[in-house]
Design a protein around this ligand. Structure first.
Ligand SMILES: C[S@@+](CC[C@H](N)C(=O)[O-])C[C@H]1O[C@@H](n2cnc3c(N)ncnc32)[C@H](O)[C@@H]1O
Length: 350
């Protein structure tokens, strides 16, 4: 049976081109470090290809996606788990107190508070992360524009099905469907996506700048937020991190949002990649730094840089108007590594 990546709904995901990217994984590579793993589509593709995958994301909600679908090789949710997750009465907890009429209605917040408490009763960390990943998808589906930086007035307006139909000819009824029904609708698909690729895959939850030099892999794949595009990941999903931890989270640093610091971040990133034999970087033609600037930065560290381009059509508005967006894949062979002895570049092994 072919395992399939489930519906995650992640802004800026590489789902449609993960296959294309994976065609360029060097044939001699046995492991990959997906340092900005987000919704996990590239990690999943690499897992399907039998590589040992180490996924990482600074946001806990994204780390849980890869914990449940990449690191987890076996555990799924069964009837008994569902009984635990959905038993009891909605309660006034963290979400009710802090986010009623901010992103969800008070009674919806109370449901989330109940489920959060119940999920802790499950008997394995993988079951907990799979449940939170399903709940994440439900939260994202119920949120207009699928992100948590929309103000309440707009949420109310877009959750009003009549109004939405009048204005946009779409009712968007899924915003008003319950968390539970979204969860149940997707559970089979998520369960089926769990598989064993006979590797000891690992999911991490760190700022990437704390990990370079510590994680060993043949390839490092870099898909950072594209500076200059809509890329505020804490704004999109930070609320779910607050929900998971029951504490109001602060935005993370090193986020690639600011144009002024983005070049410096890339330079620091590249200067710390000596461990990896191959570097693969995704970027596009409407972001900053430009292709030429990135090439300049990369060529400071390697004299073997290849750029693959791919036309990528995406919808600009609800209309059929399409614009050409070029997706780049930089493939860097770490020529320095090849001339140094192994001891010099592997500082730690996971
Ligand atoms: C473009 S998305 C990755 C999309 C992913 N390849 C996919 O297919 O879904 C970039 C990700 O980088 C994460 N991120 C941003 N800054 C980071 C940092 N300093 N360390 C680790 N992750 C970071 C964001 O949380 C976001 O999930």
């Amino acid at each position: 049976m072919m395992n399939k990546f489930p519906k995650i709904n992640f802004i800026g995901n590489k789902e449609k081109i993960a296959d294309w990217i994976s065609n360029y994984f060097p044939k001699d590579a046995k492991s990959i470090f997906d340092a900005f793993s987000g919704g996990g589509s590239v990690s999943y593709q690499a897992k399907l290809q039998g590589l040992k995958v180490i996924s990482n994301d600074v946001l806990t909600v994204n780390h849980l996606i890869s914990k449940s679908l990449i690191e987890n090789n076996f555990e799924t949710l069964d009837k008994n788990d569902l009984e635990i997750i959905f038993s009891g009465k909605p309660l006034k907890g963290f979400m009710f107190k802090n986010y009623s009429n901010v992103f969800f209605f008070p009674e919806e917040c109370m449901e989330l508070d109940l489920y959060r408490q119940n999920i802790e009763k499950l008997n394995s960390e993988y079951k907990k992360s799979l449940s939170l990943t399903l709940l994440r998808r439900a939260m994202v589906r119920k949120m207009p524009y699928s992100r948590f930086n929309i103000n309440w007035d707009k949420v109310l307006q877009l959750r009003d099905e009549e109004n939405s139909y009048e204005k946009y000819k779409r009712k968007r009824a899924y915003h008003n469907q319950s968390f539970k029904s979204h969860f149940l609708e997707n559970i089979d698909e998520y369960n089926k996506a769990v598989f064993d690729n006979k590797q000891n895959n690992i999911s991490l939850n760190e700022d990437v700048f704390n990990l370079l030099g510590k994680v060993k892999a043949d390839i490092i794949y870099l898909d950072p937020p594209y500076t200059g595009t809509m890329n505020n990941y804490f704004g999109f999903y930070g609320l779910i991190d607050s929900y998971i931890s029951s504490t109001i989270k602060e935005p993370f640093k090193n986020n690639f949002v600011d144009k002024k610091t983005s070049i410096e971040l890339f330079d620091t990133l590249f200067s710390n990649l000596k461990n990896y034999k191959y570097w693969m970087l995704s970027y596009n033609n409407s972001s900053f730094p430009t292709k030429e600037q990135l090439l300049y930065l990369l060529s400071k560290y390697s004299d073997d840089v290849q750029i693959i381009e791919r036309k990528h059509n995406y919808k600009v508005t609800g209309k059929e108007k399409k614009e050409i967006n070029k997706e780049y894949l930089f493939i860097v062979k770490n020529t320095r590594l090849l001339t140094k002895s192994k001891k010099e570049y592997v500082t730690a092994e996971l």
